[in-house]
Each structure stands twice: as structure tokens, then as C-alpha cells.
Design a protein. Structure first.
Ligand SMILES: Nc1ncnc2c1ncn2[C@@H]1O[C@H](COP(=O)(O)OP(=O)(O)OP(=O)(O)O)[C@@H](O)[C@H]1O
Ligand SMILES: O=C(O)C[C@H](Cc1nc2cc(Cl)cc(Cl)c2[nH]1)c1ccc(Cl)cc1
Length: 327
């Protein structure tokens, strides 16, 4: 049963091919293998349905995109980036899992983990703010997932509470990788292609044409269009601030005014936030990417003292949602 779910090769155990190797057929799922339920949500180019695998009865979220629309809006690149990045990020509980992709005459389909807890933004709006315990739990899960995607050479580039979904246990599932950056694999550089200088260790990509969501975009992306792993940690600092304060640190009356606040580092903390949280946020919201805290530094920061990361973090029960009460 498990094999089928993994979409791996399946076949009867004793089937062998000419040279005695077990012969497997890869299972290719299609629309007929699922019964589609209610709409879970809609994007600019997509509709996401609740769906059940007719065979295993497992529930999934299936993201459906109309080919005509994708081509007209010139989003083909993003569709294939989303597929390719999700296919590289299959081994972490904090990243939404892509099980299958398929297409028919009109549409493209992604079969994804069902995140029945909705968006982190949604639960934050309901409670207004998060107390320290909730901020530490969700901050740690998001960081653990970023650590994994960076280790696989993926920069998300659009991290924000809307793109942090929650599963049925209210655990984090990061989604929306259509605008991610896949860093060139350092092992691929066979001969020294003389690119040594331009792809510095934190993985710069000068050519970034994409800009994320205004409130979370990093200053380097605005100033010299370069995105790096450190850009995700800028967004991370904005998210931690927003969980405790109930609003993002940089918010102007227009996108331009928001950008101005970012490049001038114009933000302040609401009164009563814990000093350790302010210190952590200040060290993420640093204009110079190379001076920003790295993931390891953040994990060792006083704000996360005693917070488990790794396997234990994903086994603990999510804390009850409580608003932050200034001390
Ligand atoms: N795996 C999932 N499980 C449950 N709901 C999901 C899942 N993926 C997306 N959704 C919900 O479906 C809606 C559309 O998501 P989708 O990623 O297709 O578009 P979007 O990225 O939100 O919008 P846009 O493309 O305009 O940025 C969102 O509200 C999202 O919360
Ligand atoms: O079968 C695969 O895995 C590869 C295809 C590639 C692919 N075929 C496409 C056809 C169209 Cl019309 C548009 C896009 Cl973006 C297309 N991308 C594919 C299918 C489905 C999805 Cl969700 C993504 C990519």
C-alpha cells in the first residue's frame, strides 16, 4: 500500500525481467484515480481541491491549473519550477509534499499534502498575536524547514505567513515554491568555469527578476536585485516580529512607502515584547546580508533556549494558541 502512495515503482513481487531484475512499472496516476471534493482555495492561476485517492482512500489537496491560462499569463516557467523544487524537497515534515503530477487536455495537476489547518496568517488573524510559547514553536518549525530547503540548494524567496500552511495537527507545511531559486549544484561545476567569484558561498543570483511580497522582501533584492539564502532569513525575521506584534515590521500606505521603510530600516517594536525576541529580530533585520544571523546562529539564540529542533520538534504537540500579553 505504502509503495502506491509514494508513487514509486509498483509491481507484483515475483515479476522479473530478462536479466532476472525485478521488473516494476512506475505507477502513473491520473484524474480518474481521485474523487474530487470541495474547493479548498483559489490562487491567481489555480484552484485547490480536496480529493480522495479512490484506491487508498487517502485525502490530498490537488492544485489544478488551466493550461490556456498558464500559457497566456506566461507562467509556464513557474509551474515547472514549483514541480522541480518540490521534487527535491520530499524528506522534511515542514515542507508540503508533492506526490504526483499529471495533466489532461485542459489542465495540470499537483497532488499535494492536505493542509487542513489552513494558513498561518489565518490563525494569527484570529488570535491577533502569538504568545512566546507559540512563537517559539512555529518559529522553530519554520526555521527547521528553511534549514532543510537551504541544505538542498533551494531559496524560497517568498516566505510569509500566507505561505506557511498547517496540517491536521497544526504543524507547519511550507508551500508556494513557484518563485523559488534553485542554486547551481556546487558539485556540478566540473572544470572551474571561472564563475568562482560570482556565485559566492551564500549563493547570490544577480539575475533575480522576481520580487517577493512587498512587506517581506529583503533590502538586497530591492537595491541590487540579488537574492541569497540570507534573503529568506530577512523574511524570517519579519515573520517572527509579526507573530508577536500582530503586524509585519515594514508596512507603508503603498508598496513604494513599504520599500522605503525597508531600505531605511524604519521599524520599531511595540512596547512589552520580550528582550530576547527583540534581539533575535534585530539581528535578522540587518541591511547587509552577510551580517545577518545564519540559521545556526538563530537556532542557538537565547530566544530558542531549550527549544528542540530536528525530530523531537516534529513529534511535540502544537501548543494551544494564545495571544501575546505584554509583560
Ligand atoms: N496543500 C494545501 N492544502 C490545503 N489548502 C491549500 C494547499 N495549497 C494551497 N491551499 C490553499 O488554496 C489556495 C490557493 O493556493 P495556491 O497556492 O494555489 O495559490 P496562492 O499561491 O495562494 O495564490 P497566488 O497564486 O495568487 O499567489 C490558498 O488559499 C491556499 O491556502
Ligand atoms: O508531466 C510532467 O511532470 C512534466 C509536465 C511539464 C509541463 N507540461 C506542460 C504543459 C503546459 Cl500547457 C504548461 C506547462 Cl507549465 C507544462 N509543464 C508537468 C505536468 C504537470 C505539472 Cl503540475 C507540471 C509539469
Amino acid at each position: 500500500e505504502d509503495w502506491k502512495e509514494r508513487g514509486a515503482a509498483v509491481g507484483t513481487k515475483n515479476e522479473v525481467d530478462a536479466v532476472g531484475k525485478p521488473a516494476y512499472r512506475t505507477v502513473k496516476k491520473g484524474v480518474q484515480d481521485f474523487s474530487f471534493g470541495r474547493i479548498l482555495g483559489e490562487g491567481s492561476y489555480s484552484s485547490v481541491y480536496l480529493a480522495t485517492d479512490r484506491q487508498s482512500l487517502k485525502e490530498y489537496a490537488i492544485k489544478v491549473l488551466e493550461k490556456k491560462h498558464i500559457i497566456k499569463e506566461k507562467k509556464v516557467k513557474y509551474v515547472n519550477i514549483e514541480k522541480n523544487t518540490l521534487n527535491r524537497l520530499t524528506e522534511h515534515p515542514g515542507i508540503v509534499r508533492l506526490y504526483y503530477t499529471f495533466q489532461d487536455e485542459q489542465s495540470l495537476y499537483y497532488v499535494l499534502d492536505l493542509c487542513s489547518g489552513g494558513e498561518l496568517l489565518g490563525i494569527l488573524k484570529r488570535t491577533g498575536t502569538f504568545d512566546v510559547e507559540c512563537t517559539r514553536f512555529y518559529g522553530a518549525q519554520i526555521l527547521d524547514a528553511i534549514r532543510y530547503m537551504h541544505s538542498r540548494g533551494i531559496i524560497h524567496r517568498d516566505l510569509k505567513p500566507e505561505n506557511v500552511l498547517l496540517d491536521e495537527n497544526m504543524h507547519v507545511k511550507i508551500t508556494d515554491f513557484g518563485t523559488a531559486k534553485i542554486l547551481p549544484d556546487p558539485r556540478d561545476q566540473t572544470a572551474d568555469s571561472g564563475l568562482g567569484g560570482s556565485f559566492s558561498s551564500q549563493g547570490d543570483s544577480r539575475s533575480a527578476s522576481f520580487v517577493g511580497t512587498a512587506e517581506y522582501v529583503s533590502p538586497e533584492l530591492l537595491m541590487d536585485k540579488s537574492a541569497s539564502k540570507a534573503s529568506d532569513l530577512w523574511a524570517y525575521g519579519c515573520i517572527i516580529y509579526q507573530l508577536l506584534a500582530g503586524r509585519p515590521p515594514f508596512k507603508g500606505g503603498s508598496e513604494y512607502l513599504t520599500f522605503q521603510k525597508i531600505v531605511n530600516l524604519e521599524y520599531e517594536f511595540p512596547p512589552g515584547l520580550p528582550p530576547a525576541a527583540c534581539d533575535l529580530i534585530e539581528r535578522c533585520l540587518v541591511l547587509e546580508p552577510a551580517r545577518r544571523l545564519t540559521i545556526e546562529h538563530i537556532m542557538n539564540h537565547e530566544f530558542f533556549d531549550g527549544q528542540p529542533f530536528g525530530r523531537d520538534l516534529w513529534r511535540t504537540k502544537a501548543p494551544r494558541l494564545r495571544p501575546y500579553v505584554p509583560s
